[in-house]
Ligand binder design. Structure first.
Ligand SMILES: Nc1ncnc2c1ncn2[C@@H]1O[C@H](COP(=O)(O)OP(=O)(O)OP(=O)(O)O)[C@@H](O)[C@H]1O
Length: 790
């Protein structure tokens, strides 16, 4: 078996050298301007005080002034300082020339990369202020030059103000000066605001940087504490939790309503955008590696791409509640079951009536009456939970007459999801108590989804994918999509260059051809093994630790290390695959399910036909987390959940989520195809990677035979070196050769085949490294000599 691979290079270390040289030059120049500004400031200031002493000397020619050692000046900037001050102040723009120093100072800061302001705007503002002030000073202090060495408005101010006085009169000049100041003020107000913002931004960036250094290098956009404070529910927000009127009847009925008190405003999008922009300004090559930098401008989909469905306020009327309660009580009475209390919790599509039976009533008795109660309530899909785990009560779930649509919009906005710190957060829908149900896919770590046709399975899969698209950056997550029905996932083909992974040389990223599925699953196994190799080399126990080390630049990309995105493998209509490919797909799926968790590969497989020949023992054993939409029979329910219940669901997204022994009934969030399309359009319109994430190439055994035997006379030029490497390290792995000699997987595969044919390494043994058949280097040299003689 030969395996080859190409990998997508996520590393962006290039051009670092040129960047550093340019940066250093700019820093030197910036520093020079800074010192020049300080020197001129000292000279100008001492000109104000000592200019009078030096004045007589300054009237002679510059060359004479500079050359004659007899001439000494009082200015602290020396002759040059005295001369330049005289030139700028007296002969130029007067004391307004200090403004020019300020400008010089700004340029120096800009070169030193401390650039809170726009240089062009600052230049225009300062120059116009200097020019107008020079005239204003001369105008208001016209006679000053007669008594002082200092021409306060400079020659420029003197001439212009005199000329203006003559042209438009003193009042005209005064008005013109006032007008000029006002015009500058008005034109620069926005700029001033900009400056204030600039300063706060710099401070903010520094703060971010600090947090980053504290280990918050997480690239996923998460709400930080500061940002949480900013999350406000605007007054106009229509989905404010509404306390339903409490319906109470003394003693026996007490209705509880937990509304979702956890929604946050659409400000969340703005917040995300701000953060991604911050990333751009804060990161420099010497800091933590940021995988999102390759697509630094990538924006996560805004919430308004999802549709808001009106929440049905009067979803369960008091009359309906009363009616159901009476029927339950009567039915139970009919079977001589007394109850002491009944409590109703209204969910989006069902209402849970919680019953406290009278002392001495056996729970099994109530359970046995399930069908009778259902008949008496004339409702489909009544489910009895006897007892409710952790409580001494019995639950009867009754479908609501007018079910509510749980919109994806609402659950994505929920605080639980927005503030979730999970690695792969998925918001699936709402529980009976109207809380958003969020889980971490990495903790599942794989999901089995079943449901008869038309019961909401596709919508559920879309809800899972959408959740992840709302939370992850393309650098952090890749999907492998298998869709034998060719309809389910085609909608995602647009985001191939952002979020999809595929086999090299495949045209389509979405796999619809069953024959390609085996190769893809095998390729994922190779990726899994390769990831294990990398983790082992990095002494990391799992993907989070590994990526953490890579981000902190503790792992050298030259040794094959790279940032590893999560891979989520979605397989729709798993039954079709098992029917056509059987063990060939079952085995790699089981292998991935058993091992892939630590290396960030997670699987979600869905089927319409949850029968035991499809969901085999091997599959079941490796998929502890399961989702069941309505299924046709109790047997199907047992197959998927190991218990009945899924057959009693009401359809349209009503589902059971089971994880080990825990089971939760949820109303799946509804996301329609146009909404998914809007999201994929939004993503695909942005810049993506040049191609989909490439999985390792896989070639099965049979094609090896066709290629024929290996000719040892035509050995690769690296054959001997590779043999020495393999023997010295006593490890025969293709990826080891590939990394050591920086060659492609194809060539490394060919070399390892030749080493095998020569008898240096043993045959391929799955995920284990090949056995090395030569014990030491001395024996190898002897062996190679013999080989040459053959
Ligand atoms: N969460 C939900 N909320 C409200 N209605 C839903 C929900 N999920 C599904 N529906 C309704 O049920 C219909 C069928 O859903 P969906 O296409 O997901 O079924 P399916 O189980 O995938 O069927 P198939 O296996 O044939 O593709 C949807 O068009 C929608 O009208």
């Amino acid at each position: 078996m030969r395996r080859r691979r190409k990998t997508q290079n996520n590393n962006n270390l290039g051009n670092k050298k040129t960047f550093t040289i340019n940066k250093n030059l700019k820093n030197v120049l910036g520093l020079f301007l800074l010192f020049l500004a300080i020197y001129l400031l000292v000279s100008f200031l001492s000109f104000l005080f000592y200019g009078g002493i030096d004045q007589s000397q300054l009237d002679i020619s510059r060359s004479e002034f500079m050359r004659n050692p007899e001439i000494r000046v009082a200015n602290l900037g020396g002759k040059e300082g005295a001369y330049l001050s005289h030139l700028f102040i007296n002969r130029g723009l007067g004391i307004a020339s200090f403004g020019l120093l300020y400008l010089l100072f700004l340029y120096a800061l800009a070169l030193l990369n401390i650039k809170p302001f726009s240089l062009l705007k600052s230049t225009l503002l300062v120059v116009s202020l200097v020019v107008v002030s020079s005239v204003a000073f001369s105008y208001f202090l016209a006679d000053n030059y007669k008594s002082s060495h200092l021409a306060i408005g400079g020659l420029h101010g003197y001439y212009i103000s005199h000329w203006l006085n003559a042209a438009i009169g003193e009042i005209g000049t005064l008005l013109l000066i006032i007008f000029s100041y006002l015009a500058i003020l008005i034109l620069s107000v926005r700029d001033i605001l900009g400056k204030v913002k600039g300063v706060t931004q710099v401070v903010k960036n520094k703060k971010e940087q600090f947090f980053d250094k504290q280990g918050k290098a997480e690239t996923e956009v998460e709400t930080t504490e500061d940002e949480t404070e900013n999350i406000e529910v605007p007054n106009t927000y229509t989905e404010e939790p509404i306390e339903e009127p409490k319906y109470e009847k003394p003693e026996i009925i007490q209705k509880t309503l937990d509304t979702d008190n956890e929604k946050v405003s659409t400000d969340v999008e703005a917040m995300e955008v701000t953060i991604s922009e911050k990333d751009e300004t804060v990161k420099a090559p010497s800091e933590d590696y940021d995988p999102t930098l390759d697509l630094s401008k990538y924006k996560k989909p805004p919430i308004d791409l999802l549709k808001e469905y009106p929440e049905n306020e009067a979803k369960v009327t008091p009359a309906e509640l009363e009616d159901n309660k009476n029927r339950i009580v009567e039915t139970l009475k009919h079977y001589s079951i007394e109850i002491t209390k009944i409590k109703a919790t209204i969910g989006p599509t069902i209402t849970l009536y919680e019953i406290v039976p009278a002392p001495g009533v056996r729970i099994s008795k109530i359970k046995n009456l399930e069908d009778d109660i259902a008949l008496s309530l004339s409702a489909l899909g009544i489910r009895i939970i006897a007892p409710i785990p952790g409580k001494g009560t019995i639950g009867i779930e009754v479908p609501n007459k007018t079910p509510e649509i749980v919109s994806m919009h609402g659950v994505v906005l929920s605080k639980k999801f927005q503030e979730s710190k999970y690695e792969l957060p998925v918001v699936m829908g709402r529980t009976i108590s109207n809380e958003s149900f969020v889980f971490d896919l990495t903790k599942m770590p794989h999901l089995l989804v079943a449901g008869a046709t038309g019961q909401g399975k596709s919508v559920g899969m879309n809800a899972i994918i959408t959740s992840l698209l709302y939370k992850k950056h393309p650098s952090q997550l890749k999907f492998v999509m298998v869709d034998p029905k060719m309809v389910e996932f085609s909608i995602y083909s647009k985001i191939e260059k952002h979020f999809l992974a595929k086999l090299p040389d495949e045209d389509e990223a979405i796999i619809t051809d069953v024959s390609k599925v085996v190769a893809t699953l095998q390729s994922i196994c190779i990726e899994m093994d390769d990831r294990y190799d990398l983790l082992k080399k990095a002494h990391a126990r799992n993907l989070i630790e590994y990526n953490g080390k890579f981000i902190k630049r503790k792992l050298n990309p030259e040794n094959g290390h790279k940032y590893l995105p999560y891979i989520v493998v979605l397989i729709d209509e798993f039954a079709d695959l098992i029917m056509t490919a059987g063990k060939e797909v079952e085995m790699p799926i089981a292998r991935i399910a058993q091992k892939a968790r630590a290396v960030g590969i997670h699987m979600i497989i869905a089927t319409q036909r949850p029968s035991t020949n499809i969901i085999t023992g091997v599959i079941k054993a490796n998929f502890p987390a399961r989702i069941a939409f309505k299924v046709a029979s109790m047997i199907d329910s047992r197959t998927i959940l190991d218990s009945p219940g899924a057959n009693q669901l009401i359809g349209r997204g009503d589902m059971l989520f089971s994880q080990g022994s825990q089971m939760v009934r949820l109303q799946c969030a509804f996301v329609d195809t146009p909404e998914v399309e809007a999201i994929t359009d939004f993503i695909s319109e942005q810049r993506g990677y040049p191609m989909a994430f490439e999985l390792p190439e896989y070639k099965d055994d049979s094609s090896n035979d066709i290629e024929g035997t290996i000719d040892l006379q035509q050995r690769d030029s690296l054959f001997e070196e590779a043999a020495r490497l393999v023997v010295s390290t006593q490890q025969g792995s293709t990826s080891g050769i590939q990394r050591r000699f920086s060659i492609g997987y194809n060539r490394a595969g060919r070399i390892i085949d030749q080493l095998e044919a020569a008898g240096i390494v043993g045959p391929f043994e799955g995920s284990k490294a090949r056995q090395v058949l030569i014990p030491d280097e001395l024996s190898l040299e002897q062996f190679l000599e013999d080989l040459d003689l053959r």
